[in-house]
Design a protein around this ligand. Sequence first.
Ligand code: C5P
Length: 300
Amino acid sequence: MLLRREEAFIVAAAPAKLNLFLKVLGKRADGYHELETVMVSVDLYDTLRFSPDSSGSLSLRCDDSGANQETGSRAVPEGGDNLIVRAAELLRRETGVTSGARIELWKRIPMAAGLGGGSSDAAATLAALNLLWNLNLSSGELQSLAARLGSDIPFFLSSAVGAICRGRGEQIEPLSLPLSLHFVVARPKSGLSTADVYRHCRPASIPWSADDFVEALKSWRLRPVAGRLHNSLQEPAERLNADVVNLRNVFSTQPFLGHQMSGSGTSYFGLCATRRHAHRLAARIRAHRLGDVFIASSRP
Ligand code: C5P
């Protein structure tokens, strides 16, 4: 995530992510699933603006007119259910500060979509309020708060363009990406609950690992990358949601290098050779009217 100071404000650009590889290894005693995943952050951003509130109150206002254009608005919760509010409250609880903040969010990343928008917003909130409130928490301290809030949040807090994430997703090994990656992303009308999808998943049977996937990335060739795409959550997501099956069928008719669902869904992406190729294929996917369709590239 990118932060900049503007007079009394702090402005954050919070990117979306795609899971190019997500292998479920097994269920843990704490109810989570042990996994290894390769995430890349892409050039689709929510914008957040943080300003001090001298009354000590915390408020969130959200403009989500930029998200879910085709699929209809899913209102972002502005109260205590929102991960942004939970991140701010956790910071106050842990540090004992009583400072307030006004937070404005311009939402562009579709919600409940496997694109990490809520997690990215929460990571931006931890980093920005650490500055705004002069808390001086170390990156290690912020990372451990991030992991308590959600499994994907440490990835966004790390600001890595890509990473292998292990454990329940919170152990980050940053990657540099030798290739620019270009995608067509489609977000269908319906979403899925992450907890539901994990409840129905099974350990993967594929023989290759996240390290093998990264080796393919480092070959500088897209075909081996496409050949090793994997998401163990796609099969349970397809059982729970017919939109994901429809997307797979439609993406299969087009010459993508490879395609799969991101995270716990329901967004689906196709890997393209170039950005131009992505524009051409996006127009064909859009014609099926299965939801919002956009182009995304890995961040440089
Ligand atoms: O960590 P997060 O709050 O994003 O996870 C949401 C839900 O997804 C968890 O409550 C859990 O049911 C499931 N989950 C899981 N294994 C993971 C990550 C998430 O079972 N590694």
